[in-house]
Design a protein around this ligand. Structure first.
Ligand code: PLP
Length: 442
């Protein structure tokens, strides 16, 4: 079907859209209909350059034939099979592929269906680990201000984005938060990792002093905080967090839902940052988002502790009907093969200097108060309009979309994360359109 005959919904009422101003959208709908390579296309056939890899997830670009065919083939062979006390080959293959990409020693893989489920799964694994070691008092979970770990109860408990928590009451009690790492007075316009702020990790010592290490199960952070608007870890910060967690017997969980699968120029962010956590959560790029899937990879120690901790029977009372779903597994295997064959992390690394220059070229545009980058991520922070926070960036988002470029905004920050197949002319168009929109909204 081509764009001319693309179906247009005549009723937008029923779909309660996520994280959306439903009233505004339904009065001013912006629809996407088709996608290919670096671009989306609207039902009218207008091309929109994708500056955000969908939602940080289509790292290999859109409409990859290899992934589509793998899904089709698997759907025809076997649509679904349970993974509770049964198995199917493609799920084991997908897990082995993931384990090949994760840092050495992090090679046991639990499948979920999303980043949110991965966050909750990782936190539950951390609790089960301490219980298996007869340290049942370790139930406190530590996150970070401005952190995003999806929308499950575990994820919002450690998450640190106010509106995502406040609407839902008191939540789980045993959580504490490290300070965020955004220090604009010292680090504004940093290229790559900012210089200042490693000492912010020491706040974990204060939490330990307050509650006792024997009450703390895990610390969960994003290596690069994405959803809050691109906060790059200061040099040495994650190393310090690793040391403190090890010293106090606390598991360190990296939420790599956006930094996994090449975004920082390496398979996982841990590799680029030189810090290995105990548990890594992932989703999005795992299947190139063609079928929902997430995963949690743990160290062998964590796995062995839980699995060897019981004499027989089920070891972990956790799992999803769709853990290791055949279609998702097929999509993952095909996606990870594309990553290997096309060296997508290498492509990201190669274009990173050009990308970095392009992001920082926006620093003199009106109202730009910070530009930041790391890997193939860019953040442009704007001064809010007096009394109307968020409206400037939202108007820029709409202006860019209407000019044929998709960007993402969060508060007054524009966050960019193009597919890893991006080329210089795409970068020029993306940044050029954004620059014009920023100027127009001055
Ligand atoms: N964790 C991080 C770091 C994320 O960026 C996201 C989504 O953006 C999630 C978790 C949640 O993933 P999902 O929306 O697939 O549940």
């Amino acid at each position: 079907m081509n764009e001319i005959s693309a179906p247009r919904p005549n009723n937008l009422d029923a779909f309660w859209m996520p994280f959306t101003d439903n009233k505004y959208f339904k009065a001013n709908p912006r629809l996407l209909y088709r996608a290919e390579g670096m671009s989306y296309f609207t039902p009218e056939g207008r091309e929109v350059l994708d500056g955000t890899a969908g939602l940080w997830c289509c790292n290999a670009g859109h409409g990859r034939r290899e992934i589509t065919e793998a899904i089709q083939k698997q759907a025809a062979l076997m649509d679904f099979a349970p993974t509770f006390n049964l198995g199917h080959p493609i799920a084991f293959e997908a897990a082995a592929r993931v384990a090949e990409m994760t840092p050495d020693g992090i090679d046991r893989v639990f499948f979920t269906n999303s980043g949110s489920e991965s966050a909750d799964t990782a936190l539950k694994i951390a609790l089960a680990y301490h219980k298996a070691r007869r340290e049942s008092s370790r139930v406190r979970l530590v996150g970070r201000e401005r952190g995003y770990h999806g929308v499950g109860f575990g994820g919002i408990t450690v998450g640190g984005i106010g509106p995502n928590r406040k609407q839902f009451g008191a939540l789980l009690p045993y959580a504490d938060h490290l300070p965020h790492t955004h220090l604009p007075a010292k680090n504004a316009f940093s290229r790559g990792q900012p210089e200042h702020g490693a000492e912010l990790a020491d706040a974990l010592e204060a939490i330990v002093a307050l509650h006792g290490a024997e009450t703390i199960a895990a610390v969960m952070v994003e290596p690069v905080a994405g959803s809050t608007g691109v906060l790059v870890p200061p040099l040495g910060y994650l190393q310090r967090l690793r040391e403190l967690c090890t010293r106090h017997g606390i598991l360190l969980i990296f939420d790599e839902v956006i930094t996994g699968f090449g975004r920082l120029g390496t398979n996982f962010g841990s590799e680029r940052l030189g810090v290995t956590p105990d548990i890594i959560t992932m989703a999005k790029g795992l299947t190139n988002a063609a079928v929902p899937m997430g995963a949690v990879a743990t160290s062998q120690t964590v796995y062995d502790t839980i699995v060897d901790g019981v004499a027989g029977g089920i070891e972990l009372f956790h799992g999803y009907t769709y853990s290791g779903h055949p279609l998702a597994s097929a999509a993952a295997v095909a996606t990870l093969e594309l990553h290997r064959a096309e060296d997508l992390p290498g492509r990201a690394r190669a274009i990173e200097p050009y990308w970095q220059d392009a992001i920082h070229s926006l620093k003199d545009r009106p109202n730009v108060i910070d530009t930041r980058d790391f890997g193939l991520i860019g953040g442009i922070e704007l001064a809010p309009r007096p009394g109307k926070p968020g409206t400037r960036a939202m108007d820029i988002f709409r202006r860019c979309f209407d000019a044929g470029v998709l960007v993402r905004v969060t508060g007054d920050i524009v966050a960019l994360s193009p597919p890893l197949i991006v080329e210089r002319p795409h970068v020029d168009r993306l940044i050029g359109t954004l620059a014009d929109a920023i100027t127009a909204e001055a």
